[in-house]
Design a protein around this ligand. Structure first.
Ligand code: SF4
Ligand code: SF4
Length: 157
């Protein structure tokens, strides 16, 4: 969280219960959580892991238009930490190809200008990082790059 007040509610959206990994449940990205009542909510809401309780996508925090809720756009975006601490702007697609839409491209380009390193999580391709042009890379990000996560320069995407 970045301290921004929560201005919206998830409603029927359960998209991050698919796109996002939950370590406590050993749930990988891009796979429905077994506790998810798709399009309705969490079946273990009261006892869900802290990683779920603390998760707020950017849309929930008021970023973007009302009708751009993740279940409508297929895009879940959130910030993990800040630029100084080597944080990432994480963006995931619900279905193949949604990260190539103009909407997703706009979000990615906006984050690169901050400048955030962007982690793009695809359904059918490996996740890769996009490195902003001329950015000083935090050691935390360098470690990720050395651990085998693919990366590209912003100019080449
Ligand atoms: S993607 Fe955002 S709006 Fe949708 S369920 Fe998750 S936190 Fe709520
Ligand atoms: S435990 Fe609940 S909130 Fe967490 S991913 Fe599963 S369905 Fe979603």
């Amino acid at each position: 969280m970045n301290g921004k007040p929560i201005t919206r509610s998830c409603g029927e959206c359960t998209t991050c219960c698919n796109t996002t990994a939950v370590l406590a449940l050993n749930k990988p990205e891009h796979q429905w959580c077994t506790h998810c009542d798709i399009g309705k909510g969490c079946k273990i809401y009261e006892t869900r892991p802290s990683g779920c309780k603390d998760f707020y996508c950017d849309w929930l925090k008021g970023v973007g238009e009302e009708d751009q809720r993740p279940d409508k756009t297929g895009i879940v975006a959130f910030r993990a930490g800040n630029v100084k601490s080597g944080g990432l702007y994480c963006i995931a697609e619900m279905e193949h190809g949604q990260l190539d839409t103009p909407y997703a491209r706009r979000l990615i380009n906006k984050a690169l200008k901050l400048p955030f390193v962007v982690s793009c999580s695809f359904v059918r391709r490996r996740t890769y990082l996009v490195i902003p042009t001329g950015a000083v890379i935090h050691p935390h990000i360098t470690k990720l790059m050395m651990s085998g996560v693919g990366y590209k320069n912003a100019d080449s995407v």
